[in-house]
Design a binder for this molecule. Sequence first.
Ligand code: SAM
Length: 348
Amino acid sequence: MGEIADLFRILGFSRAIRMKQRYDEAQPFVRGYVATNALWALMSCGLADRMIEQETVDVEEFAKEKSLDRHVLTSLLDYLDGISLVRFEAGQVRLAQRGRHFIEETRGLFELTYAYEPLFTNLNDLLAGRKKYGPDVARRIEYVGRGSGMLCRDLPYPVMADIIARHKCRRVLDLGCGDLAFLFFLCEKVADLTGIGIDLDPKMVAYARDVLARSPLASRLRVEEADLRNLGTQAAGGGPEVDCVTAVDTFHEYLWNGTAEIVAALAKLRQQFPQALFVIGEFCNQPHEALRKRPTAFLEHHLFHDLTNQRIGEADLWRQLFREAGFQIVEERVFNLVGHGYFALKSP
Ligand SMILES: C[S@@+](CC[C@H](N)C(=O)[O-])C[C@H]1O[C@@H](n2cnc3c(N)ncnc32)[C@H](O)[C@@H]1O
């Protein structure tokens, strides 16, 4: 008797079919977890980039060069070959089409998730109250900058760059600059633009400096460790010459304790740069019902933010905050599809 007929006889037809359906339902979730971890490992050890650079990589040689455990590496590659993210044959590995898409086009999603991975490793302790976010568990700040920078190249940066180019701004101060991805993007688009990035986190600034030192745009950009709530003139690039102040996904980090801190910071910045155009990109919350109907990547974003005490504001809240800080909204675009809004502000 055939294998399947045998199973039907032992389990019963409808039970066997239902069981298969239930496992098919569960599998993508487990696979997502395992595959994501395996991909993180390939990105961290450098194999993902090597496959992009030279197509096919000799696994034995790569393991030797990077002092990797060959057994662990080949186990991962066998698995990723099984789910068609790489092709691993005769000791050689290359990216399969979908794996290439993940590494080349949607890597930001994986890197941003890696930034928040410590939350999930510590989830039982966070849930039981044995650990708290902040003193006991931290996100990986370099990956917040890198992941956010990669993701933002797809929509936020082009939209904001379009506003900045139309207003003919040439000297940009970027608040909460992360790995400088936005300033790099602007410099690529506008030939004579120069910029200063500031970030509060020393590790983030050290990483950004390192990236900048290796960039052909190094002479046009500068990065400083500074707090946007209390910006010295040195970090502000001398003050008056800045004609545009930008911030991409930075202000929401302060919404958790109410709006006063953001309004005060914005009002102070407005007085410091009275002539400048402010271009702010921010997450704009969507009703939970809408997310339930269309469960976009915003859901994961939301969870990462909630667990790290960052609140996402509605577009209306941002409008209200900007007005309270004394700004006029001269232009705005809100994309509910991706839960992001862009606001150009001026002092009246
Ligand atoms: C979500 S990341 C956004 C990074 C970047 N703007 C981008 O386009 O990818 C927020 C950044 O704001 C920085 N930040 C938070 N509070 C800040 C403050 N008070 N002053 C300056 N930077 C701050 C964080 O360290 C982090 O790098």
